[in-house]
Design a protein around this ligand. Structure first.
Ligand SMILES: Cc1cc2nc3c(=O)[nH]c(=O)nc-3n(C[C@H](O)[C@H](O)[C@H](O)COP(=O)(O)O)c2cc1C
Length: 367
């Protein structure tokens, strides 16, 4: 059996294989609510055979959205349409995951096809917040520095959203601490110039995320998976780097985080990033080895052989795909065919399946 298609167990939750749908903003919500687009988008990828399907970044508070059209989870009501999506994903034998996020100083910007830069308040924008009053770039607003009280309130918002996500049927929660959004902004000395307990030393810069992860873990009933996505490096001298990521991963493991999802960049506008096939995989490999925690590799993973090799050689426990799964929601089924493995196909599609492919049995019926 190809390693890519082997089961992965964490905390008594079984992922049918090692392929995950990476969180991808759809910028298609009104007031943060999921709708038919989110249902079609996410459930198609569960039908396609991914072992875990993550929602896009879901903002834990209204000003935590990137664009006004982002998904949000700041009220109980937001989980009604999401619960239907989670049920469908689960019935396909996949684990439903939600990515909890706060955009920080990169909030209140136009969605990619509607404009560039900051959305003015008159057009539905808002004043973004951050660790320090330092704008991401010239085209972004200068954020309001968060007080310690507001930091605590946001940690509670993450924890409340996690508890609601679990009640709505999501068995995995990922805290978004990457790509230059709020939690990453606190980690990096380039965006965090605070003089209080949340800035300065490594301990202080990582405090917001560590407290947040601990609060989310406490709020989640067992068994629930807790992932944290980080940018392993800012790709900039004097910024957040891989050594700090390894140490952070060790600390997060003791808090009860199950897996580090290893991305990079996003906090420095002009960073030079050597983008290429699998360019972030070495981060997943190093963190897995040195912090002794499960990792996910992400970024320009596109071929079945490449993905299988990452798992087989122990560079990561999961691969998360984004754009390749936009091109082809059935990528996992196709990968299994390429690798010569008879992966289960949805019963409804069996007439199109390779000879010998078994019928898919939903995971909750297996035990
Ligand atoms: C349309 C789109 C939206 C994205 N939105 C998110 C997001 O909500 N949260 C996140 O952590 N990453 C987001 N990303 C980054 C992806 O999850 C992924 O890390 C990145 O695209 C690299 O993987 P790929 O080469 O397989 O596309 C997004 C990427 C795309 C293409």
């Amino acid at each position: 059996m190809p390693h890519l298609l082997s089961e992965f167990r964490l905390r008594d939750i079984a992922l049918a294989n090692r392929i995950g749908v990476s969180p991808m903003c759809q910028y298609s919500s009104v007031d943060g609510f999921a709708n038919d687009w989110h249902f079609a988008h996410l459930t198609a990828r569960a039908v396609g055979g991914a072992g875990i399907v993550f929602t896009e970044a879901a903002a834990v508070s209204p000003e935590g959205r990137i664009s006004p059209q982002d998904l949000g989870v700041w009220s109980e009501k937001h989980f009604e349409p999401l619960a239907r999506i989670a049920r469908f994903i689960d019935a396909q034998g996949a684990v439903a995951g939600v990515q909890l996020a706060h955009a920080g100083r990169k909030g209140s910007t136009y969605r990619p096809w509607s404009g560039r830069g900051a959305v003015p308040e008159a057009l539905g924008g808002w004043r973004p917040v951050g660790p320090s009053a330092i704008a991401f770039s010239d085209s972004y607003a200068t954020p309001v520095e968060l007080s310690a009280d507001r930091i605590k309130a946001l940690q509670l918002a993450f924890a409340t959203a996690a508890a609601r996500a679990h009640a709505a049927g999501f068995r995995a929660v990922e805290i978004h601490a990457a790509h230059g959004y709020l939690l990453h902004e606190f980690l990096s000395p380039l965006s965090n110039r605070r003089a209080d307990d949340y800035g300065g030393s490594f301990d202080n810069r990582t405090r917001f995320l560590r407290e947040c992860a601990a609060a989310v873990r406490r709020a989640l009933p067992e068994p629930s998976l807790l992932f944290v996505r980080i940018s392993a490096t800012d790709w900039t001298e004097g910024g957040w780097d891989v050594d700090q990521s390894v140490e952070l991963a060790r600390r997060l493991k003791t808090i009860g985080v199950d897996l580090i999802d290893c991305s990079s960049g996003g906090n420095v506008e002009k960073a030079e990033i050597p983008v290429g096939p699998g360019y972030q995989v070495p981060f997943a490999q190093r963190i897995r080895r040195e912090a002794d925690i499960a990792t996910a590799a992400v970024g320009m993973i596109t071929s079945p052989a490449q993905a299988d090799q990452i798992i087989r050689t122990g560079q990561a426990d999961l691969v998360l795909l984004a754009r390749e799964l936009l091109r082809d929601p059935y990528w996992p089924l196709r990968a299994a065919q390429d690798l010569g493995y008879p992966m289960p196909w949805p019963a409804q599609y069996l007439r199109a399946a390779p000879a010998g492919a078994p019928e898919r049995t939903p995971a909750h019926e297996l035990d």
